[in-house]
Design a binder for this molecule. Structure first.
Ligand code: PLP
Length: 390
């Protein structure tokens, strides 16, 4: 009764739009269960939509994808000290490597498996986080060249991550990245796939696209910035978080609603119960903030405390139209009049990333592939799609 509907047509549209906008290949980041959308649905869908590969943060996520039968290339860059390099080689996952120690362990695992491990190099160009620090590049690149010559490791790419601290900071990082790539190639390592930009730079700075962009949020049709860059490019939100009314009751004037009676009815009110709460990623801090859901295309406010499993909406103005079993959209595509996920994020003082990534495990991820009229098409266009295609 709780659904995160994942629109395959929106995914296809977004990947094509981002490819056209950047003129580069697309690596889709499906970490954190594809930003809450469901990696088992999203990973094959983005490959079918033309992405070159997917990326995750950790090997555990890559293993889950492989177990689901996913066999396209996977990049993975956040490694524990005890990482099982034998499993990495067995799963055929490309590590983003930040140190000589990681490279050496991978080479040892490749030798004992009798295979060549594909991997990429991750450079820190100013984020001060993951990636090889510039003063280690020389030794890392020399080690990469010798592992390639020994036929143990093939370096398929080199990448770095931007701090998104402004255009000048991005350009400075890109210049350091260029210097790193030059040095790497001077060591005789081709590393053909260079990638630097995540969603923010892919949208705002297509000149930083290199051979591929490495995008998470924008593939899901959302904007990493307040400026709505995703909407400007016509990207479509992929997730619709929906549920249904499971009960309806009239409450008298003065009746309290939900725990703590933070809301009391100022008039006789028709209240609908929705089976979604903070156990599903609808934070309690949204209670009594004026947040609304969409029922039959009309807004209805959430009233009283949001509980772990449920919340209450006031549907007095929808009496006779809001019924038990009626669909309620918590957030979805604002182009369809549904609340935007940003309406949650703004109320919570956070970013859209955190909301979608926080959708809980009880919410069933389902793929939907209903045709989506192109934005520019008039809404009353009545000829069926198949006829138009013919
Ligand atoms: C999460 C992540 C991305 C994707 O970021 P978006 O802003 O969602 O596009 C890209 N690269 C790295 C290294 C990341 O950790």
């Amino acid at each position: 009764m709780r659904f995160a509907e994942v629109s395959l047509s929106a995914i296809r549209h977004n990947i094509a739009a981002l490819r056209a906008h950047t003129g580069a290949g697309v690596i889709v980041v499906v970490k954190a269960n594809a930003y809450g959308h469901g990696a088992a649905i999203v990973a094959p869908a983005v490959i079918a939509a033309g992405a070159e590969m997917v990326a995750v943060a950790s090997i555990e996520e890559a293993a889950v994808l492989r177990e689901s039968g996913f066999n396209a290339p996977i990049l993975c860059w956040l490694h524990a000290e005890h990482l099982d390099y034998g499993a990495v080689v067995r799963l055929g996952v490309q590590l983003g490597m930040s140190s000589v120690a990681q490279l050496n362990r991978l080479a040892v695992a490749a030798r004992s498996a009798g295979t060549v491990a594909c991997a990429q190099l991750k450079l820190d160009t100013g984020l001060s986080r993951n990636g090889a620090a510039p003063d280690t590049w020389e030794t890392l690149f020399a080690a990469a060249a010798s592992a390639e010559r020994a036929g143990l490791v093939r370096i398929t790419g080199v990448f770095s991550h931007l701090a998104n601290a402004g255009d000048a900071a991005d350009r400075a990082q890109a210049a350091r990245f260029d210097a790193g790539v030059r040095l790497l190639r001077a060591h005789g390592v081709a590393a053909p796939l260079r990638h630097l930009a995540a969603s923010a730079a892919a949208l705002s700075s297509p000149h930083l696209a290199y051979d591929a962009v490495r995008i998470g949020l924008a593939a899901f049709g959302l904007s990493p910035e307040q400026d709505g860059g995703a909407a400007v490019l016509g990207l479509r939100p992929v997730m619709t978080f929906a549920t249904e009314i499971i009960s309806l009751r009239w409450a008298a004037t003065g009746a309290g609603v939900s725990e703590g009676f933070t809301h009391t009815c100022r008039r006789e009110s028709l209240l609908a119960q929705l089976p979604v709460g903070f156990g599903d990623g609808m934070p309690r801090a949204l209670s009594d903030t004026g947040l609304a859901v969409s029922i039959g295309g009309e807004r209805a406010p959430v009233v009283g405390q949001i509980a772990m499993d449920e919340c209450v909406v006031d549907v007095t103005h929808l009496a006779g139209r809001a019924l038990v079993g009626s669909r309620a959209v918590l957030f979805g595509d604002p182009a369809h009049g549904e609340p935007a996920v940003e309406e949650w994020a703004e109320r919570l003082g956070t970013i859209n990333y955190e909301i979608v990534a926080g959708i809980g495990p009880r919410v069933r991820r389902v793929s939907v592939d209903r045709g989506y009229p192109p934005r520019e098409a008039p809404i009353h266009h009545s000829r069926p799609l198949r006829e138009r295609e013919v």
